[in-house]
Design a protein around this ligand. Structure first.
Ligand SMILES: C[S@@+](CC[C@H](N)C(=O)[O-])C[C@H]1O[C@@H](n2cnc3c(N)ncnc32)[C@H](O)[C@@H]1O
Length: 209
């Protein structure tokens, strides 16, 4: 799905492209981008042990265009680096207590395309009363509260314990509100993972132009 979105945009210019993978874990997806020949691929990951594993893998594969550093994405504001052509934010926002802030940071780091992959919760649509029954606000999606406090030992999970899992339309609406010119939920390949097929996960591309 990632290559399907990126290859048409960058196929003949990978050597000029800079990418960042936010919450990269052991770097599987960022190393796939490095293998395409990107000029620079940076992976940022909260857990030092996981960063060490990513660096070991990078060395074994000889992908010297990839770099892995320890960092809390939520402690960043996006100005720490020159903006990237490609930003990956895969499997992160539903582990966070501030997913909107995370998407804001990702927007600040993107000069081309941002790919957001997420577990999603139930959708809410319609309107709610706002202050008085005579005033109403449209609903643009929803967040589901998830308790990850017992899961600190899980190296794939939250580092704070309280997580807000977005609905699909919540992610789309927020990305548009943050200023992306075009936002689309990516189509599924025939062999898509069962969670995508069941609508429990989405991969969303947000383009700056
Ligand atoms: C479900 S894994 C997804 C990893 C990878 N992006 C992927 O799609 O395979 C979530 C990752 O986010 C990392 N993580 C959680 N909170 C983070 C934060 N605030 N800053 C950076 N990484 C974080 C975890 O340590 C874990 O490696």
């Amino acid at each position: 799905m990632i290559s399907g979105a990126l290859d048409p945009l960058f196929a003949d210019k990978w050597h000029d492209i800079r990418c960042v993978d936010l919450a990269c874990n052991q770097g599987f997806f960022s190393m796939e981008l490095a293998r395409k020949g990107c000029r620079e691929v940076l992976g940022i990951e909260a857990r030092q042990e996981t960063v060490n594993e990513a660096n070991l893998m990078r060395d074994c594969l000889g992908l010297m265009n990839a770099t892995y550093v320890q960092g809390d994405v939520m402690a960043m504001d996006g100005s720490e680096y020159e903006a990237f052509d490609i930003v990956l934010m895969l499997g992160l926002i539903y582990h966070l207590e501030n997913p909107v802030g995370a998407l804001r940071i990702a927007k600040a780091m993107t000069k081309g395309v941002l790919l957001v992959e997420s577990q999603v919760g139930p959708e809410i649509e319609g309107k709610i009363d706002w202050g008085t029954c005579e005033m109403q606000q449209p609903v643009h999606g929803a967040f589901t509260i998830i308790d990850e406090t017992e899961q600190f030992a899980n190296p794939l999970g939250s580092v704070t314990g309280i997580a807000l899992c977005p609905s699909p339309q919540a992610i789309v609406w927020i990305l548009k509100a943050l200023g992306f010119a075009r936002v689309e939920i990516l189509p599924l390949p025939d062999n898509a993972y069962e969670q995508f097929v069941a609508g429990k996960r989405v991969m969303i591309a947000a383009y700056t132009a």
